[in-house]
Design a protein around this ligand. Structure first.
Ligand SMILES: C[S@@+](CC[C@H](N)C(=O)[O-])C[C@H]1O[C@@H](n2cnc3c(N)ncnc32)[C@H](O)[C@@H]1O
Length: 559
């Protein structure tokens, strides 16, 4: 198993019992299911013909395997798009691999390439690798693994070459701290030895121009609105009476603006967290016994109540992200699973967005989440309760899913959400949000120039997560569609190569607020929420000006 551990470690796959069970099932089916075998046999005949034609070129293969070149060649080959075409391609490739294996060591490389092609289209590649390990000759298997390792490594290392997609006109860059920008100055003070990741423009933008638009990876409606039926629980849109879909007996009281939002939310996470479905160990639907149903309902209600009482969105956002990652695994095993029907393709939230056409690499929800940095949050008793409740909910959907909630992993995911979440506000924000209770240190802050106290909900975004803060930002997040779709708009002319920044906090005084007071609050929020002391030109200028003009600031400066 040592060779697998490399792949697992690089790809970050989580293997759980039911996946192994599925591999065994597939293997069994392959050996015993007559129609499956018949299909394979038919392919063999066609393949025999193909091999005769291709034998001379295969025999002339150089003994030194240039795996990288072979991989590059395979990546250029189009991948079939429909399920039927993929299945056909898969069967043909496996059959070809088997035929080539039978021809002896000279055919090891072409055989491995054929198996590798099959792996590209198989929905659960890790499981297929496990099957190959049992069924393919060692030498061929070794080449398949080498190809896989190269691919996984190149894909992981090439992430920022392919992401964000070219259509977004921005890139994630590691910038030297000495770069002449207000953010760089403050970061240098903060992390002297590090390069920093920043988002830069790839072309010029005029003031007011749209830089990019982006759908969130996860959203949550503010808790004073959730369950009221006034806003969509998925896209956060304000609802009109005629457009509201309210599933009966939903433990969270969620409401949706459209079938599309309901389906997306359901397929990504809601069904696993708050739906009725109960799954058997192989992830197929199970006819639940009444006790299962009652138990599931009880744990769902406890979790929903906990979320509402906590007044915090992070437990719900973490739960949604975990559920989405699990749903993605389940859908690979059982494509028609009721817990995770594949999202309709016309919705922006397909889980393999960010396909890098040039290399054939595709990045998943997991890939994006994995790369986000996180705030280190100390363990608390409340968090233990939170994890326990989520474990109960997941286990009530399918036994064994609680394995996904490991303390450390949970905390990292929560830290990613707390660090990167953006407040979604419409038209400058609302004024009716109840004041956060408790100590300021305990409030959850989101990044928004309108203030967390004015937001309608929270979104976590793949690209906008990389935006740094400036008190005189070059851009602003805006939500002109009245949904969580984020539009990044230029505040001033921006040149290609220039860093894009937003204000994480309200950095202009409201009516009646002094400059000094605004400065004090925003710096306190930045320090508390994202743990940095902003030393931008505005902060410095205000402090200097204040020292000579504003007695209030004088007091502040001397503190
Ligand atoms: C959400 S992350 C921003 C993206 C981050 N640079 C990355 O690599 O993912 C927020 C962190 O970036 C850094 N940062 C952003 N703007 C800053 C600023 N104006 N001054 C100092 N640090 C800043 C701080 O470390 C802050 O905690």
């Amino acid at each position: 198993m040592a060779r697998f551990s490399t792949v697992f470690a690089i790809a970050g796959f989580t293997v759980f019992a039911s996946l192994a069970a599925y591999a065994a099932y597939f293997d069994y089916k392959r050996r015993s299911d007559p129609s499956f075998r018949k299909k394979l046999k038919k392919q063999h005949k066609r393949v025999d013909k193909y091999i005769k034609l291709d034998a001379s070129s295969s025999q002339s293969q150089a003994p030194a395997h240039d795996l990288k070149a072979a991989l590059a060649q395979i990546r250029l080959e189009p991948v079939p798009q429909t399920v039927e075409a993929r299945e056909k391609y898969f069967l043909e490739s496996v059959a070809l691999g088997e035929q080539l294996c039978a021809r002896g060591p000279l055919f090891d490389l072409p055989a491995a390439l054929a198996f590798y092609r099959a792996l590209r289209v198989y929905p659960a590649p890790v499981e297929l690798i496990m099957i190959y390990q049992k069924t393919v000759p060692d030498a061929v298997f070794k080449i398949v693994m080498e190809l896989t390792n190269h691919d996984v490594k190149e894909r992981a290392e090439g992430y920022y070459d392919h992401w964000p997609p070219a259509s977004m006109n921005v890139a994630v860059k590691e910038l030297p701290l000495k770069q002449d920008s207000t953010v760089a100055q403050s970061l240098e003070a903060h992390k002297p030895d590090l390069l920093r990741r920043a988002l830069v423009a790839k072309k010029d933008f005029a003031a007011g121009e749209l830089i990019y638009q982006e759908q969130p990876m996860a959203t949550a409606l503010d808790l004073d609105l959730e369950g009221k039926g006034t806003h969509c629980s998925y896209c956060l849109r304000k609802l009109e009476a005629f457009m509201s879909i309210r599933p009966p007996n939903d433990p969270l009281g969620s409401t949706f603006c459209s079938k599309a939002c309901q389906l997306s939310c359901t397929s990504q996470s809601h069904n696993l967290l708050f739906g009725n479905a109960v799954l058997a160990a192989d992830a197929t639907t199970k006819m639940p016994i009444p006790e299962d149903v009652t138990k599931r309902r009880d744990v769902q209600i406890s979790f929903a109540e906990y979320i509402k009482d906590s007044g915090k969105l992070s437990p719900l956002l973490v739960a949604r992200c975990v559920a989405r990652m699990i749903s993605n695994e389940i859908v690979k095993i059982v494509p028609g699973s009721p817990v995770s029907p594949p999202p309709p393709s016309d919705l922006p939230e397909a889980d393999t967005v960010g396909s890098a056409a040039s290399s054939g690499a595709e990045y998943t929800f997991y890939d994006h989440m994995e790369r986000l940095r996180f705030l280190e949050v100390p363990p608390t008793p409340a968090e233990d309760t939170e994890m326990e409740l989520l474990r109960n909910v997941l286990n009530s959907a399918m036994a064994g899913l609680d394995d996904f909630i490991q303390d450390e992993r949970y905390r990292v995911l929560k830290g990613k959400i707390l660090y990167n979440a953006i407040g979604v506000s419409f038209g400058g924000g609302r004024l009716d949000k109840p004041k956060s209770g408790g100590r300021f240190e305990k409030w959850e802050l989101t990044r928004t120039p309108y203030g967390t106290s004015r937001q309608t909900g929270t979104g976590v975004y793949r690209v906008s997560s990389y935006l740094a803060h400036s008190c005189t930002p070059s851009a602003r997040p805006s939500f002109p569609k009245g949904t969580a779709e984020l539009h990044l708009v230029a505040n001033r002319p921006i040149k290609a190569g220039e860093e894009l920044t937003i204000s994480y906090v309200r950095s202009t005084p409201t009516e009646g607020e002094s400059v000094a007071e605004n400065r004090r609050i925003r710096r306190q929020e930045l320090a508390r929420g994202w743990r940095f002391a902003c030393e931008c030109t505005k902060c410095i200028a205000e402090a200097t000006e204040g020292a000579s003009a504003d007695p209030e600031t004088k007091v502040l400066k001397s503190k």
